[in-house]
Every structure is written in structure tokens, then in C-alpha cells.
Design a protein around this ligand. Structure first.
Ligand SMILES: [Zn+2]
Ligand SMILES: [Zn+2]
Length: 168
């Protein structure tokens, strides 16, 4: 992984998006199972079109840039809570979403990752893998999909930002 700065990450994502390249990113907290820098936050950007992975490390997290990158990757509406309440009534929630609700209700810290089929962190290559981490590694939940689970991801993203920022 090549080390870069937050500004370089933003520029790369913009450029990849405009070229239509296949890219995604992860925010890794110090206690995240995927983070090899255990005392720092890591922002990992993967470009599968050119096969490059980049990383930014810092001590404060990436709340602002992660919202920017989410919108670049998924569009402006990804963090639109009104849209979620509409999709949510359509079908019964997946176990991973029910687990998320339980964690929120019980005030247990959690976070999630969407692992793309070819993601370097994906232990189920070929599948879309939503990972929910909370507490011990044994509590980690994987929900596997054949298609990109945009609705479920959106519900987790909004629940997540509500948790870390009450004014969100
Ligand atoms: Zn994690
Ligand atoms: Zn990845």
C-alpha cells in the first residue's frame, strides 16, 4: 500500500470517478480487524482498474473525507435519511440490519465495511460482503450478496453517522 495524504486521496477519488474506474475505500479504526496500524486510523483506497491500493494514516479519524468519498462513490443521496425510511418498509430487514439496531439500542460500539468481490480484505472473494464488527472478533458478522447491497449499505451508513455525530 502506498502512503498518501487526505488531499491526495480526495484528488485520486475525483480522478478515478471522472474516468469511470472501479474504485472503493475503507475507513479503518485503530481497533478494526483489518487495520494493521493498531494505534492509528487508516483510510484505504483501492483502485481495481489499475490494481493499486493507497492508504492515509492519522490520529483523528476521517469523518469528513469519508462522507465526501461516500457521495463520490455512491452519489449525493447515499446519506439521505428520508430515502431510507421509504426503502426500509419494502421488505423484512436482513439479520445484519437487525443486529445493527440491537447494537445501537444497547449502546455497543460497532462499525461496518462493504467488501467488494475483489477487495483485498474480503475473505469471501467473488461475493459482496457486508461486515459488521462489534466488540470481540467472534461477534463479527458477514452478510454475503451476489449483487452490490446498496439499500442495506445505505441503512448502515446512516445509522453509523447518526452514532458518531448526533447532529447528522
Ligand atoms: Zn473494521
Ligand atoms: Zn476493499
Amino acid at each position: 500500500m502506498e502512503k498518501i495524504t487526505v488531499n491526495q486521496a480526495r484528488q485520486k477519488a475525483r480522478s478515478w470517478r471522472s474516468k469511470g474506474e472501479n474504485w472503493h475505500f475503507h475507513v479503518l479504526f485503530p481497533d478494526c480487524a483489518f487495520n494493521t496500524a493498531h494505534n492509528q486510523f487508516a483510510l484505504v483506497l483501492e483502485n481495481q482498474t489499475v490494481g493499486h491500493t493507497f492508504v492515509v494514516y492519522n490520529n483523528n479519524g476521517f469523518a469528513k473525507i469519508s462522507q465526501e468519498l461516500l457521495k463520490m462513490r455512491y452519489g449525493e443521496n447515499i446519506l439521505n435519511a428520508a430515502q431510507v425510511s421509504m426503502t426500509r418498509t419494502e421488505k423484512s430487514p436482513k439479520p445484519i440490519l437487525e443486529r445493527c439496531e440491537t447494537l445501537v439500542r444497547d449502546s455497543i460500539p460497532w462499525h461496518h465495511h462493504l467488501l467488494f468481490p475483489a477487495c483485498i480484505f474480503n475473505s469471501h472473494p467473488g461475493k459482496w460482503n457486508l461486515v459488521l464488527e462489534s466488540g470481540e472478533a467472534s461477534q463479527t458478522m458477514n452478510e454475503l450478496y451476489d449483487e452490490e447491497p446498496l439499500d442495506d449499505l445505505q441503512q448502515l451508513e446512516i445509522a453509523y453517522f447518526k452514532e458518531i455525530d448526533p447532529t447528522f
